[in-house]
Write a protein that binds this ligand. Structure first.
Ligand SMILES: Cc1cc2nc3c(=O)[nH]c(=O)nc-3n(C[C@H](O)[C@H](O)[C@H](O)COP(=O)(O)OP(=O)(O)OC[C@H]3O[C@@H](n4cnc5c(N)ncnc54)[C@H](O)[C@@H]3O)c2cc1C
Length: 128
């Protein structure tokens, strides 16, 4: 785990309350694994003071993608950030999901990872 100053490459609004942010950090992109998250300091000032956690949605070359829903102060500020601005990002954090390769070439998640993913998706969709 380490902290980097990552440049915002894009911050696209997908729906009225959902955005996709691409952050450039070769170091994070090279070390992040599926299922991990980062802590983003949205403002360099004192408000909001605490970093906000976001799952790593995807990694593409030296970019880290974060898909986020606007729910409060921090994510409202985050939505207004523009390309070229920089954010302090701490990570990668959390236990990575583990998967094994089948002989056919497909992958499957190990049982413990699959149950974590299922909890995660139900918490996002609100269904059980
Ligand atoms: C490990 C982890 C991974 C996560 N990954 C993602 C992700 O990939 N994408 C994503 O969108 N989110 C993710 N989250 C959730 C995300 O961290 C939060 O949505 C984010 O921190 C909210 O920050 P905020 O400043 O916008 O909201 P806050 O201002 O902190 O508000 C959070 C919630 O509390 C409510 N609230 C705030 N103040 C009050 C008050 N005074 N009274 C009552 N209610 C109040 C808000 O309405 C909102 O619903 C993740 C969380 C964790 C723990």
């Amino acid at each position: 785990m380490f902290e980097v100053l990552a440049e915002i490459v894009s911050n696209e609004r997908l729906t009225h309350d959902t955005c996709l942010m691409a952050l450039r950090s070769e170091k994070l992109a090279q070390t992040a694994k599926p299922g991990q998250f980062v802590m983003i300091r949205i403002s360099l000032g004192l408000d909001p003071l605490l970093r906000r956690p976001f799952s790593i949605c995807a990694v593409k070359e030296n970019l880290l993608l974060v898909l986020y829903r606007v729910v409060g102060k921090g994510t409202n500020l985050m939505r207004e950030l523009r390309q070229g601005e920089k954010l302090q990002v701490l990570g990668p954090l959390g236990k990575a999901l583990t998967c094994r390769k089948k002989t056919s070439g497909d992958f499957w998640l190990e049982e413990e990872s699959a149950s974590r993913l299922s909890c995660f998706s139900t918490s996002f969709t609100g269904r059980r």
